[in-house]
Design a binder for this molecule. Structure first.
Ligand code: HEC
Length: 108
């Protein structure tokens, strides 16, 4: 059977997701984007959200890539996963901010 380049891409995307996902770093552009919605957001607070995603959220599975899910899906998953990861409400809020901006950094 011939694999078209499109199906090859789908296979590659699947492999990448299986390798643990991607959490884009918090750089100056990332902070600027966040501050459009949350003027008080800082590199420190956004990085704390990222830390939670790559540490507290990887005890049972790999990193989940922010752009793999819609914001609504993230809200649902966070409600479900926060107790599993034993996150406080404040931590969930930081994580959600990071994910909201990170979703736009990595093209879907
Ligand atoms: C105690 C183990 C555990 C922790 C900690 C945990 N998860 Fe999960 N997660 C699971 C399991 C098991 C599933 C698959 C079944 C389900 O959807 O409930 C899952 C599924 C998911 C999914 C759905 C996509 C998929 O791969 O099935 C997302 C997104 C997700 N987790 C994100 C997170 C985030 C974000 C955190 C941190 C707040 C987190 N998880 C912490 C166990 C965990």
């Amino acid at each position: 059977m011939h694999l078209g380049s499109r199906s090859l891409l789908v296979v590659l995307a699947g492999l990448l997701a299986g390798c643990g996902g991607h959490a884009p770093p918090v750089d100056a552009a990332f902070v600027a984007k966040a501050q459009v919605t949350w003027p008080e957001a800082s590199a420190t607070s956004l990085d704390r959200g990222r830390e939670l995603l790559v540490t507290a959220c990887t005890k049972c599975h790999g990193i989940r890539t922010p752009s793999d899910y819609t914001l609504r899906e993230w809200q649902g998953y966070l409600r479900e996963m926060a107790p599993k990861a034993q996150l406080s409400e404040d931590q969930v809020a930081l994580l959600l901010r990071y994910v909201t901006v990170a979703r736009e950094v990595v093209p879907p």
